[in-house]
Design a protein around this ligand. Structure first.
Ligand code: G6P
Length: 593
């Protein structure tokens, strides 16, 4: 959560910072702020609200060096004063992460007579650095961070060094972009990718000085460190075209391309295939874990693995797994799924599993993300940049990755052309599913005032129900739950009356009719039902509005079934006057606990 940027070079810093913050708004958007050197002093502007609000107030600011921040509040409500940068003496600081012992630091500094002006943990960091400063910024910063517990990526300005940005990383992501006579700092290289494709991804416990000519990097004992410059390969996906006003909508429509690239890349990448075969041969138990939508992709993954492979397989919420005493050892392979690769709970779960000797495979959309550093095998989904908080195309590529891996393990390194052809047809099926857009808009208009929506299905369809319900609640704020269809009668049926909408998913031959039975239980009690099925014979199911999906075969039904549900959630959001890209209280990349 929270996005930070920094700039030093030849351009107007405020323009680069605002542009970068707009791109990073997916990381939080309750307030934003920036500090720039105007030639003589550090000038700071901070505002509650979107980056657009800050932009209006920062217009005309001069200077070539600065830092900026877009916030997702953890400590202290969104307000002008709680916004970053936080200031103390000669310093301005922006922070992504949480300083867990900020209360102790605050108390100690207060005893020394320091005054605090905000409710944030981040202010404790800047006041501590200021307190320890005796002319050497790096020394003060290293001294201060050694006293801090928690996670942090900082970008810092010091009045005594108007042509430098100081950076620190522990757990939260931070990347430095190297340009010609200019450098950039950001939580995500998307923020500067239009200026340079050369990036240095900081590791944990590194501190650095960035000036227009480059980066110097040190450990927290100020020993100089070498670093590797990576090439970023960001396309244009993170910008909206003129004729599309929503990232969520745009990204749903990018699903065919995302599926195509992911499958083609996997089939071409024999080195990764070899690693996959190798690592599975060494482990006899699989645990799939993730958070939110990534966890829902694991539910699909488990269904796929159980149907296609003879493997002992479990799924776990990463946020739960990390606080258990999980039965994990060197026979266990953990498959961690994360679009961003930065989710704090998923990283902590993986660290725990690794410490217990487990093998680690990571399915992620971001090649250089923090999670990949713990991986024995990285399975890179090729969804392209995903900006909307609600994950859409990335979910489809994660579920596809499970299918690709299972296919490879079942077929061996020579996957037959016939099977490849079937999988490579998926993008086409996704295209067909996108044609339900107008229909889903019609349903959204009809049902947007509903107070509760239930999603039901069995087996794989239950996994899809879990994602359908999450999409709907996160962008429409309607109460919604996903159920195993057989469980409805064990309690939830009590909630069904004429005001309830139930969306039933029946794409798996062995359980489709059972789901339809549950549907009849709903209609008998006056509830409204929409049925998504690929079976012709169910198209006249009494009492239900039926959406006949393209038939692709059981395990390939994720895309055709989920795309209409994503479109439904999107249109429900719009009909209810909500911005689907920025749902309240949420952020896309959750880098704090
Ligand atoms: C947040 C987002 C969800 C996302 C989850 C996991 O909660 O709002 O949309 O699914 O994080 O994110 P990850 O990047 O690990 O897939």
């Amino acid at each position: 959560m929270c996005g930070i940027v920094g700039y030093i070079g030849k351009r107007k810093a405020v323009d680069v910072i605002i542009d970068g913050l707009k791109i990073l708004e997916y990381r939080g958007y309750d307030s934003a702020g920036l500090s720039v050197f105007d030639g003589k002093k550090i000038v700071t502007v901070k505002k509650k609200g979107f980056v657009g609000e800050l932009e209006k107030n920062a217009e005309g600011l001069q200077g070539f060096c600065g830092i900026g921040h877009t916030r997702w509040a953890t400590h202290g409500a969104p307000s002008d004063s709680n916004s970053h940068p936080h200031l103390s003496g000669k310093f301005a600081l922006v922070h992504n992460g949480i300083i867990e012992n900020f209360d102790d630091i605050k108390r100690q500094l207060k005893e020394k007579g320091k005054r605090f002006l905000t409710d944030t943990d981040s202010e404790a960091a800047v006041r501590l650095i200021d307190d320890m400063y005796e002319g050497d910024v790096l020394k003060a910063v290293c001294g201060a961070v050694k006293k801090m517990k928690g996670s942090f990526a900082f970008a810092i300005l010091c009045k005594d060094f108007p042509d430098k940005v100081f950076v620190v990383k522990k757990q939260s992501p931070l990347v430095v972009g190297l340009g010609e006579g200019e450098c950039f700092v950001a939580s995500d290289c998307m923020a500067f990718s239009k200026y340079t494709d050369k990036a240095v991804y900081l590791k944990d416990n590194e501190v650095g000085v960035v000036d227009k000519d480059g980066l110097s990097l040190f450990d927290f004992n100020l020993n100089k460190k070498n670093f590797r410059t990576e090439k970023t390969d960001i396309g244009d996906d993170y910008r909206l075209s003129e004729n599309c006003s929503s990232f969520m909508y745009k990204e749903i429509f990018e699903s065919p391309k995302a599926l195509q690239y992911t499958a083609a890349d996997f089939f071409a990448d024999t080195a990764t295939q070899k690693q996959v075969i190798d690592i599975f041969s060494k482990h006899d138990k699989v645990i799939m874990l993730g958070c939110g939508t990534a966890y829902n992709a694991c539910l699909v993954g488990k269904n796929v693995f159980e149907k296609m492979l003879d493997v002992d397989c479990e799924t776990e919420l990463a946020s739960e797994f990390r606080y258990k005493n999980p039965k994990v050892n060197s026979n266990t392979l953990v498959i961690a799924v994360s679009q961003s690769g930065e989710t704090a709970d998923t990283i902590a779960a993986v660290k725990l599993a690794k410490a217990k000797g487990a093998g680690i495979a990571v399915i992620t959309n971001v090649r250089h993300s923090s999670l990949t550093r713990f991986a024995d095998v990285v399975l890179h989904t090729k969804a392209g940049a995903e900006v909307a908080v609600a994950a859409t195309k990335s979910y489809l590529t994660q579920t596809l990755m499970f299918l690709l891996v299972a296919t490879l393990l079942r077929e061996g390194s020579k996957v037959s052309e016939e099977i490849k052809k079937q999988i490579l047809k998926l993008p086409q099926t996704a295209e067909q599913a996108l044609k339900f857009d107008a229909l889903m808009q019609k349903y959204a208009k009809k049902h947007c005032q509903k107070q509760s929506v239930f999603f039901i299905g069995r087996g794989m369809d239950y996994a899809l129900a879990a994602e359908g319900t999450l999409k709907l609640k996160e962008v429409s704020y309607i109460h919604s739950e996903g159920f195993a269809a057989g469980e409805l009668k064990h309690g939830t049926l009590a909630l069904i009356d004429k005001n309830a909408l139930v969306i039933a998913i029946a794409t798996q031959r062995n359980v489709a009719e059972k789901t339809v039975n549950a549907l009849h239980e709903v209609t008998a009690r006056g509830g409204k039902v929409i049925l998504l099925t690929c079976f012709e014979k169910l198209k006249d199911t009494k009492g239900a509005e039926v959406i006949l999906l393209p038939q692709t075969g059981g395990l390939l039904m994720t895309a055709p079934a989920i795309i209409p549900l994503q479109l439904f959630a999107y249109h429900m959001s719009v009909e209810r006057g909500i911005n689907p890209d920025k749902p309240r209280n949420l952020a896309k990349s959750v880098t704090v606990e």
